[in-house]
Design a protein around this ligand. Structure first.
Ligand code: SF4
Length: 412
């Protein structure tokens, strides 16, 4: 018997007319990836455009060659995507008749716009560090990766979709990237970035896990406190618009973070909303925290940061990987949304990332889910937030841009 045929972009758009088509397109670009033609690469101006090479994860074709980091659509939607080999059937970015366009099978679909790099990118700190390597960016947010090493990788317990340490090795070989940033460099870079008035809405920090310390993850938290205090030197208010993506730590550690820094919102990514899948996908998180405890710590964090200030991310699609995954997309959707609804009833929001199978991860040869699945999931997650009256304004289309579901929050 043939497998069920997946619906195309146009068919999904026709079936879900209430779902904005540009966000369906963005989702499909994330799902399939992009290929830049020579003409599209010729249109890149390194003096103007934001080039690849500061991200925490690697590209889908495994190369670090200087290419555009990504692009936006005509409604301002940022697409977080990555160069993908042609044989994987990606969309194509081409330069035709003086316009940068997205094409599929030779048909022009949309005009697209390369991201522009911030003014501070090519400057250096007083220590000589290249500022773009200290604090990266997306179109409207600063993106700081304090530690590019994840200690779960030490005994091969990294999350199976993740390539952080392999990406770090490549960045160290081919660019001037350090594993950890220096708080003084951070303070100076943020100061310089804030000179570009109105460009950035918030700062986001994300890093690898570090279970060292008197209590597991104390060292991770100590370092975040140092870095966030360095960021805070540039603000007069007690709290500044910020998001930390970290390991699920204890209430005591969370209090330390909240009370000693200007941090205003928190993300602790559970990666997959199913206990069995979690144990296969995230062996390090399972060993050091555990699925039920991860959820409990998310709920505890609401007491400290407040409702609408705590969320968790899922790498959607990994819950379908065989042999441990759900048998069908319908079954997965029902179960994942049920667990997201339970978390929302305690004030914890769930956002989804479209899973990109990366060549330097354990799941390199797996396949992500259908476009229709991602559209139904995004819709379901946004509906849950609406029902529970949860805000997501610290992780929406402006502050992040990597979650099709929270892109919907500006409309619904
Ligand atoms: S915790 Fe998992 S997803 Fe995060 S950096 Fe480590 S291995 Fe990667």
């Amino acid at each position: 018997m043939n497998a069920k045929r997946e619906l195309t972009l146009d068919e999904v758009a026709e079936k879900y007319p209430e779902f904005p088509k540009l966000i369906i397109l963005k989702t499909d670009i994330q799902r399939r990836g992009v290929y830049y033609t020579p003409a599209a690469l010729d249109a890149v101006d390194p003096n103007i455009h934001h080039l690849i090479g500061t991200d925490i994860f690697g590209s889908r074709d495994g190369k670090l060659k200087r290419r555009p980091e990504s692009f936006s659509l005509r409604d301002g939607t940022s697409v977080i995507s990555t160069p993908t080999p042609l044989e994987s059937n990606p969309y194509t970015v081409d330069f035709i008749d003086g316009r940068l366009v997205l094409t599929d099978e030779g048909n022009v679909i949309e005009e697209v716009f390369y991201w522009e790099k911030p003014d501070y990118y090519d400057k250096r700190t007083s220590n000589g560090a290249l500022m773009q390597n200290v604090v990266g960016s997306r179109p409207q947010r600063l993106y700081l990766i304090p530690n590019r090493y994840c200690h779960f990788w030490t005994d091969d317990q990294g999350c199976r979709f993740c390539d952080i340490v392999n990406n770090l090795k490549q960045l160290k070989n081919e660019a001037e990237m350090q594993t950890r940033v220096n708080p003084k460099d951070v303070s100076e870079t943020i100061k310089e970035a804030l000179k570009e008035k109105g460009r950035f809405a918030a700062i986001c920090l994300t890093a690898g896990s570090d279970f060292h310390g008197n209590e597991p993850f104390d060292k991770e938290i100590d370092y975040y406190v140092d870095i966030l205090q360095a960021v805070g030197e540039n603000f007069t208010a007690k709290k500044f618009p910020s998001q930390l993506i970290c390991t699920a730590v204890t209430k005591k550690q969370l209090k330390r973070l909240y009370e000693n820094t200007g941090l205003s919102s928190l993300t602790m990514d559970i990666e997959v909303l199913n206990e069995n899948a979690f144990s296969h996908v995230c062996p390090g998180k399972t060993k050091w925290v555990g699925y039920k405890e991860w959820k409990k710590r998310l709920i505890d964090a609401v007491e400290i940061f407040g409702e609408g200030r705590v969320n968790t991310g899922i790498v959607s699609g990994v819950e379908l990987v065989k042999p441990f995954g759900f048998k069908s997309e319908d079954e997965a959707l029902k179960s994942v949304l049920k667990e997201a609804d339970e978390l929302a009833s305690y004030g914890v929001s769930t956002v989804n990332m479209v899973w990109i199978p990366r060549p330097n991860s354990h799941f390199a040869n797996e396949k992500n889910a259908s476009l229709e699945y991602y559209v139904r999931l995004a819709w379901g997650l946004q509906e849950i937030r609406t029902e529970h009256n949860l805000k997501i304004d610290f992780d929406d289309y402006r502050r992040c841009g990597n979650h099709p579901d929270s892109d919907l929050a500006r409309i619904f």
